[in-house]
Design a protein around this ligand. Structure first.
Ligand code: RFL
Ligand code: PHB
Length: 406
């Protein structure tokens, strides 16, 4: 556990949020000699108890290696060359390898990514302050002459009853959708785009062998279902549920029964069930905030954008933000060149919108929408028929799922 001897009063980059985005940036900057502090509202145990993403694109995995955090991921993560789409009682395979010039994805949970990042931060004595309360960035866009002390931002927070202040050059808002950073940007500057879907995903983690060696995305008239995994002994399953449902209404038995109904019979017959070790409902939402820079504040990851989990893009898109921001900050500190910082928002958003499009497309294709007409349903069906009859359509799916270049 990194316990700072004292709370630093000065750093170069103050990062708000100790999720995967904040920790990855912190580690990468540290390796380049750029001082930084991470302020996290929750305890480490709490952050590590969140079960979220499971699929990493190669670009994200590469960034983990660059951050010297890839060893366990490469040992324990599973390379997947394809996945299945179940529809009309059949399983159709999307061969990612074949349709994306030999690309693949890595199945390795976000919880493990975060654990590896914390351990790396500890090894280098990185400063991660947990249980930081009332974190607030200040002076993000000052009128004072650039470079003067008065022009610089600072961040205040409370910890164990005491108030603290960190002066810095830049603030990075990596504090997720509910964080304080985006809210610090004046509303006349920020433009928000949002789409809320009329359903959520009920997710269950169980100590059972996965039903399939590769993920199965199932389209069914009763609602979407997903069979995923964390390892050969740990499975992660999801079913689409109405937003009005609560976890308390779903016993394990009811969950397994409903999941089986939505899978092709031969898959349902081999499903191994067991007690859930985690069960939660996530609402599905698409969201983008523009711009991703305000003065000396840079937003990254879920703080700036959210996708429905269908395309497995959220964490991966956070990774591409961190890639751009990391290189821009290195360019600034090593060469005094601010081009990357100036281009950050536009560059990150260009890729963000492509992942929005893909996540929306896959969500629309595979879910049951309460107000869909018979015509809408026919379109979903023909879209799937077209997909599996066209090398080019499969190529586009594989290209997006394995990750657009950054
Ligand atoms: P996080 O993970 O939300 O971390 C933000 C951190 O900031 C802290 N925080 C604050 N700290 C200080 N002061 C404040 N005022 C603060 N407010 C908040 C929070 O405590 C937290 O620790 O954002 P980050 O780092 O940008 O990471 C983003 C990812 O977590 C997210 O995009 C993914 O989990 C999305 N996602 C998936 N992404 C993928 O790429 N592949 C997947 O397979 C995938 N599956 C998923 C997913 C998300 C899901 N849910 C639950 C929404 C599956 C699901 C079900
Ligand atoms: C997961 O394993 O949690 C997971 C996998 C693929 C997705 C979403 C979530 O598209």
């Amino acid at each position: 556990m990194s316990t700072p001897a004292a709370h630093p009063t000065k750093t170069q980059v103050c990062i708000i949020g100790g999720g995967p985005s904040g920790l990855l940036l912190s580690q990468l900057l540290h390796l380049k000699g750029i001082a930084n502090v991470v302020l996290e509202r929750q305890s480490r145990d709490y952050v590590l108890s969140r079960i979220r993403a499971g699929v990493l694109e190669q670009g994200f995995a590469k960034l983990m290696r660059e951050a010297q955090c890839g060893e366990r991921m490469d040992r324990e993560g599973e390379i997947h060359d394809g996945f299945f789409i179940a529809h009309g009682g059949q399983l159709s395979r999307v061969d990612l390898h074949q349709h994306s010039n030999g690309n693949s994805v890595m199945v390795y949970g976000q919880t493990e990514v975060t654990r590896d990042l914390y351990e790396a931060r500890d090894r280098l004595n990185g400063v991660v302050i947990h249980n930081a309360e009332n974190v607030q960035p200040h002076n993000l866009k000052s009128e004072a002459p650039a470079g003067s002390a008065e022009s610089k931002p600072y961040v205040t927070y409370q910890h164990a009853g005491a108030s603290h202040r960190i002066d810095c050059d830049y603030v990075v808002g990596a504090d997720g959708y509910h964080g304080v950073s985006r809210k610090s940007i004046p509303s006349h500057v920020l433009k928000e785009y949002e789409k809320v879907y009329p359903f959520g995903w009920l997710g269950v983690l169980s100590r059972t062998p996965p039903v399939s060696p590769e993920l199965i995305y199932a389209k069914h008239e009763r609602g979407f279902a997903l069979c995923s995994m964390r390892s050969q002994v740990l499975s992660r399953y999801y079913i689409q549920v109405p937003l009005t449902d609560s976890v308390d209404n779903w016993s394990d038995e009811a969950f397994w029964e409903e999941l089986k109904r939505r899978l092709p019979t031969e898959v349902a017959n081999r499903l191994v069930t067991g007690p859930s070790i985690e069960k939660s409902i996530a609402p599905l939402r698409s969201f983008v905030a523009e711009p991703m820079r305000y003065g000396n504040l840079f937003l990254a990851g879920d703080a700036a954008h959210i996708v429905p989990p269908t395309g497995a893009r959220g964490l991966n898109t956070a990774g591409s933000d961190i890639h751009y921001l990391y290189h821009a900050l290195v360019q600034h500190y090593a060469k005094g060149d601010d081009t990357g910082l100036e281009q950050y928002s536009a560059q990150a958003l260009a890729r963000v919108w492509k992942t929005q499009r893909f996540s929306w497309m896959l969500t629309s294709l595979l879910h049951t929408f309460p107000d869909n007409s018979a015509y809408d349903q026919k379109l979903q069906e023909v879209e799937l028929q077209y997909l599996f009859s066209s090398e080019k359509a499969l190529g586009a799916l594989a290209e997006n799922y394995t990750g657009l270049p950054f």
